[in-house]
Each structure stands twice: as structure tokens, then as C-alpha cells.
Design a protein around this ligand. Structure first.
Ligand code: CO
Length: 151
């Protein structure tokens, strides 16, 4: 089910999100709805607070595939890249953000099983952008040259 994407100005986007502790039907429903919402919006990623639920769950949909990261943490990072970003919660804008070139994260899947993963390039950028949402950070806080674009 497609959920409404919360827009900038809503305080839920500024919350420090809570860890997921129950890997149950409610989480599955949230994640399934987030996936429907992300596909519908044709975005590269979506964090749970963007559908109004302040818990530590994100999805990334990039060339490498579709990923769900529950309770993700960046454990190491390397290098630097500068590139354009937008956000489904900041419609009609884009800006340039400096991010690590490569990040290693640890996370859980929807069953609660633990994994680690290395992301590079745009994948790393998307991971960093989504993880920032879990701490109430928007890319516009870090971007230079935020400007209007056609959605
Ligand atoms: Co975003």
C-alpha cells in the first residue's frame, strides 16, 4: 500500500529514530508499504520517518539492487565524492553533497538476521543519505547550491 511521503517542515523528519526491536507483522507491513511507496515515487531510497514512522529502517533501490537495512550503522568509510542529491521529502529541490566514496555498514534484515555490506559510489551516497534520515538530518543541511528543479 502506498503511504503518503512526509514533507520537510514535519517534525517527524527531525526525530532521532528508535531502533527496531520487534521483527513482526507490523514491521513487515511497514516495509512492504515503504517499498510500494518508493517504487511509486521512483526514488533511490526511503527511510521510515519519511512515511511518518520514526524507527531505524531504510530501503535503497539502486543499480546494485533493492535493499532493506534495519538498524543500520556505518562502521567504516573511505574517500570522498561530491555529487547531486534530492529527497522525496524535499520536493522540487536538488543540491550538491560531499559523501564518502565507500562505506561499510552493519545491519539487520527484516527477520532480524545480522549482515554487513560495502557500498561504493552512488550506492554509498544513497546509504549515507538514508541513514542521515534516521538521525533527523536532511541532505539540505549539508548541501551547497540547493536549487529548484522539476520533479
Ligand atoms: Co531523503
Amino acid at each position: 500500500m502506498i503511504r503518503e511521503i512526509v514533507q520537510v517542515g514535519d517534525p517527524v523528519l527531525r526525530e532521532k529514530c528508535k531502533p527496531v526491536t520487534r521483527f513482526d507483522d507490523e514491521l513487515f507491513r511497514l516495509l512492504d508499504d515503504m517499498k510500494d511507496t518508493l517504487k511509486d515515487a521512483e526514488g533511490a531510497g526511503l527511510a521510515a520517518p519519511q512515511v511518518g514512522v520514526p524507527v531505524r529502517a531504510v530501503q535503497v533501490d539502486v543499480e546494485e539492487g533493492f535493499f532493506e537495512f534495519i538498524n543500520p550503522v556505518i562502521v567504516s568509510q573511505k574517500g570522498e565524492q561530491s555529487g547531486p542529491e534530492g529527497c522525496l521529502s524535499v520536493r522540487g529541490k536538488a543540491g550538491v553533497v560531499v559523501r564518502p566514496e565507500k562505506v561499510k555498514i552493519v545491519f539487520q534484515d527484516r527477520q532480524g538476521d545480522k549482515y554487513s555490506l560495502v557500498a561504493r559510489g552512488f550506492f554509498a551516497r544513497a546509504v549515507c543519505h538514508e541513514l542521515d534520515h534516521l538521525d533527523g538530518v536532511l541532505y539540505t543541511d549539508k548541501a551547497t547550491d540547493v536549487h529548484d528543479v522539476d520533479d
